[in-house]
Design a protein. Structure first.
Length: 361
């Protein structure tokens, strides 16, 4: 070209290469900042879910100029690589679907004299599934799990039990039937017909009691970490007690979570910031003692999906096998080899797959 010298052909590619390096550096910085911001958003959402404040997911702060420039350059590079047929670093299809922000809405059900708060995600046209947390925990336990169910076409409704968040009601002289009645009131208020009910730990006792008391409201039961017959490991039980009754350092809390709820190799720190509610747990334990097991153990006549972790030390997998042996084809049993009692953060996609196969036609 006229006016172009050999120096130009060296200088221009060098400038382009320098720009790509700067873009990569800025993009990496932005990605690290975005990751840190996401961790803060998750903690804030969990705290809001527990305290009854707005359960809508946070959009975070706007990126600074350097972050925006870095992301722009990085985006051009990624898109160019994709256009050339490269799939290095591309997320899996399921991860791509669930990585986007899913709107989580807070809804309060006035059941007089009880008030129950819920976190709701997904399209209203989706099939509703009610989620009940484990002992002494609230709907925040499911906060990171809701987008996966919503992306699968379901409408998850996670409930705060009495005493958690904006949920209000007496915690004295209760039985499992009282907690089940609270759930029944929410299902009736949803006015969508019978629904699937998922219970984790103590929550699956309430789910089974509901199915026995109000079979017309329950299309199916999903029991995570089913227990009731085979006792758990005393060391794991004691570790769980420490989480509620002791003041622990961050390291001690993670160690207790690891012992009680997570399989070897799983990251217990993901649940370290979720709040615990000792008074609620004591009321739930008393309610279970006051309710004869024959009134809830077999969950009425509803179809049952049981998901057990093979490393579950609180609710050993023998419990699920025991129910399968007695109830036969009414029970579908899924055992996850690399999970403890926590299940949801350990093998999220496997749990979602089992649930959708059971719930959706």
């Amino acid at each position: 070209m006229e006016g172009m010298t050999a120096g130009h052909f060296i200088f221009i590619p060098a400038v382009l290469l320098f720009g790509l390096v700067i873009g990569w550096i800025l993009g990496s910085r932005a990605a690290a900042d975005a990751y840190a911001a996401e961790l803060k958003r998750r903690e804030a959402r969990a705290n809001r879910a527990a305290t009854g404040t707005d359960g809508r997911t946070s959009q975070g702060s706007r990126p600074g100029a350097s972050q925006a420039l870095g992301l722009l350059v990085l985006g051009v590079i990624v898109l160019t690589a994709a256009a050339c047929g490269s799939d290095a670093g591309a997320p899996a299809d399921r991860d791509s679907e669930t990585s986007r922000e899913v709107d989580v809405r807070r809804r309060v059900f006035d059941l007089v004299p009880v008030v129950i708060e819920a976190l709701v995600a997904g399209d209203e046209a989706g099939q509703s599934i009610v989620l009940l947390a484990d002992s002494g925990r609230g709907a925040g336990r499911f906060l990171d799990f809701l987008p996966y169910l919503a992306s699968a076409g379901l409408r998850p409704v996670a409930l705060n039990p009495r005493g958690v968040g904006a949920s209000v009601g007496s915690l004295e002289n209760l039985t499992l039937h009282d907690f089940a009645a609270d759930v029944a009131g929410v299902i009736e208020a949803l006015d969508v017909g019978p629904v699937h009910v998922l219970g984790h730990g103590f929550g699956n006792r309430v789910a089974r009691c509901l199915a026995a008391d109000r079979p017309e409201l329950v299309e199916g039961l999903i029991l995570l970490g089913a227990a009731g017959q085979v006792a758990g490991d005393p060391e794991a039980t004691q570790a769980l007690d420490r989480l509620f009754e002791s003041v622990l350092t961050d390291e001690e809390k993670v160690a207790a979570l690891q012992t009680a709820l997570f399989a070897p190799g799983s990251d217990a720190s993901v649940w370290a910031e979720l709040p615990a509610f000792p008074e609620v747990r004591r009321a739930q334990s008393a309610a279970e003692r006051e309710t004869p097991s024959e009134e809830w153990l077999f969950g009425g006549a509803a179809p049952i999906l049981i998901i057990q972790g093979r490393h579950d030390r609180l609710a050993p997998p023998e419990n699920g096998r025991w129910l399968r042996e007695r109830l036969g084809e009414r029970v579908q049993l899924v055992e996850l080899a690399d999970s403890g009692h926590a299940l949801l953060p350990e093998q999220t996609l496997e749990v979602v797959d089992a649930i959708t196969d059971f719930v959706l036609p």
